[in-house]
Design a protein around this ligand. Structure first.
Ligand code: DQA
Length: 148
């Protein structure tokens, strides 16, 4: 398994950014936790954060030719705006899990709609940084079920 973790705009500010919504963990801490979990299993995990829509799209397109097996993505504000990033995920047909730190359904109405959720294998929202590890665990459990 080769996992790609994609983090959208402003997630580089985690730790100091609206901690009431997004919690105290930095993105480096979140990535390190995912990385150590992946390493325990002998999996490859690569993380990328970008504030630029086209860099996230390029990363998804590249994943399609790099043997990435699963994507964990928090599109951040692009969740609510980016048909282009959605189309990239649809094009490569790599299964993905959508993660949000905050519960996007308990905030402003414009956060309730996601351009990703109907294509996602699953959506995790509102569980803070644990959401990323839960997504990774879900991929692990599914694989173990399929190749015990
Ligand atoms: C977010 C929720 C989005 O609405 C927001 O724009 C973000 C982060 C989350 O993780 O809760 O930047 O995706």
């Amino acid at each position: 398994p080769h996992i790609l973790a994609l983090h959208g705009p402003n997630l580089n500010l985690l730790g100091s950014r609206e901690p009431g919504h997004y919690g105290p963990a930095t993105l480096a801490e979140i990535d390190a936790e995912m990385q150590s979990r992946a390493q325990e299993w002998g999996w490859t995990l690569r993380s990328l954060q970008s504030n630029a829509e086209h860099l996230l799209i390029d990363a998804v397109q590249a994943a399609g030719t790099q043997g990435v097996s699963d994507i964990i993505i928090n599109p951040a504000a692009f969740t609510h705006t980016s048909i282009a990033l959605r189309d990239a995920l649809a094009a490569v047909r790599i299964p993905f899990i959508e993660v949000h730190l905050s519960n996007i359904h308990a905030r402003e109405p414009f956060r309730r709609h996601s351009y990703f959720s109907d294509l996602a294998q699953g959506v995790i929202a509102g569980l803070g940084a644990d959401g990323y590890l839960l997504a990774l665990d879900a991929i692990h459990r599914r694989r173990k079920r399929h190749n015990p």
